[in-house]
Design a protein around this ligand. Structure first.
Ligand code: SF4
Length: 391
């Protein structure tokens, strides 16, 4: 049944793809450089149509819980990098995490996303126990975004009940990646693509993604990123614009940088184009409209992303007193706003857009289809049994 559905959808999507043309790197590049407003409008609306065909009109809400802003790394763009001595550091207690997960359940969300820097003192045994308790008490799906981990650690987290894992590769340009995300001398540094492969072997739903407009990134790099989304067979893809943080090496020297002639912009328009192309290239993935988009255009950033291919929103459920401390980039949206306030806005606006909030875990359709194809059995997806929920 799922295979037949996929075939029909692929045929329909083929019509849209032929209209847009995204098979080759040259075609992707052409769309990235397109500046005719009418052509861009056509790209975004085609992505919206393909989203409706493949993953439906439901919008999945994931409760984001930022576990810890401690990190052993020194990424040159990130406000909570280890060398930033001015950051007040925090790590949530188990009680705080469980309370936030309970809020996610009460609000009707199907998933919590546990995110943190690469906190060396985030005790793995403790984290596994917390995941078990979240699953026992709330039955929510658990997504992890806690950086590069060993295969053994990932296996233990999966055994504890973690369902999904997000690890952005940020850019396909390895020189640029090593410059912005330097390895830690004397410590084990895992290759991100190895980690993504382990996650697949362990049965996780796999997510990755990029930043758009990193200083030094060319259009060709960005086109290669988009090709890589397809090659990596991802279930979830997260992307947002690079937003400079003044307390970072990259943010401080922005004005002195000599960008390559083919530098990509970190603009709203470019981010929306990349989002739309991602939906067209990977039609059945889960694709968030990210907080970084909302930060660029407060009060309608999430809606902008939803209108050109996105189908996931991640309201912040971190206790409010810690939120400003998880400042990867400045002015991050949602630092003081309660999730219930955002939900009221979203539910009103979703109705206007012909969309509706989903219930259930909201597994990626791509994940369900590839597991059906692997003969690992078909699981149910929240989107097939979803009903609207009221605020
Ligand atoms: S981007 Fe992630 S890994 Fe890098 S310093 Fe920031 S929190 Fe740490």
């Amino acid at each position: 049944m799922l295979a037949e559905k996929k075939e029909t959808l692929n045929k329909m999507n083929g019509v849209d793809r032929n209209m847009i043309g995204l098979e080759t790197r040259a075609e992707i590049l052409r769309w990235l450089k397109e500046d005719d407003p009418e052509a861009i409008r056509r790209l975004l609306s085609t992505a919206d149509r393909v989203r409706a065909l493949h993953v439906g009109d439901q919008v999945h809400f994931r409760g984001l819980i930022e576990l810890s802003n401690l990190c052993r790394r020194a990424c040159s763009y990130c406000g909570i990098r280890a060398p930033n001595r001015g950051v007040i550091r925090y790590r949530l207690t188990r009680e705080e995490i469980l309370a936030a997960a309970d809020t996610a359940r009460e609000m009707g969300f199907g998933t919590v996303t546990l995110q943190s820097g690469e906190d060396p003192a985030l005790n793995l045994h403790e984290l596994c126990e917390t995941i078990r308790l979240i699953k026992q008490h709330t039955r929510l799906a658990v997504t992890l975004s806690i950086g590069e981990r060993s295969r053994n650690e990932l296996a233990r987290l999966r055994d504890a009940g973690a369902d999904r894992y997000l690890l952005r590769f940020e850019t396909s340009n390895s020189d640029l990646y090593n410059a912005i995300h330097p390895p830690i001398p004397g410590q084990i540094n895992h290759d991100r693509f190895d980690v993504l492969r382990w996650l697949d072997e362990l049965g996780y739903e796999i997510g990755s993604g990029i930043m758009v407009g990193i200083p030094g990134e060319t259009y060709d790099d960005l086109a290669r990123d988009l090709e890589l989304f397809r090659e990596l067979n991802l279930d979830m893809i997260g992307l947002g614009p690079y937003i400079p943080h003044p307390e970072t090496p990259m943010g401080r020297c922005m004005k002195d940088l000599d960008p390559p002639p083919d530098q990509t912009p970190n603009s709203l328009e470019m981010t929306l184009k990349v989002l739309a192309i991602t939906r067209l290239i990977c039609p059945d993935v889960n694709l968030p409209s990210t907080t970084a988009l909302e930060t660029l255009t407060p009060d309608n950033g999430y809606e902008n992303g939803l209108a050109c291919g996105a189908n996931v929103i991640m309201p912040n459920l971190t206790p409010v007193k810690y939120r400003a401390l998880y400042e990867i980039y400045p002015g991050k949206a949602g630092q003081t706003r309660m999730a219930s306030e955002l939900m009221r806005r979203m539910i009103d606006n979703l109705r206007t857009m012909g969309r509706k909030p989903a219930i259930g875990p909201g597994k990626s359709t791509h994940y369900l289809l590839r597991h059906a194809a692997d003969g690992k059995g078909v699981e149910t997806n929240g989107i097939e049994i979803d009903e609207s929920i009221e605020p």
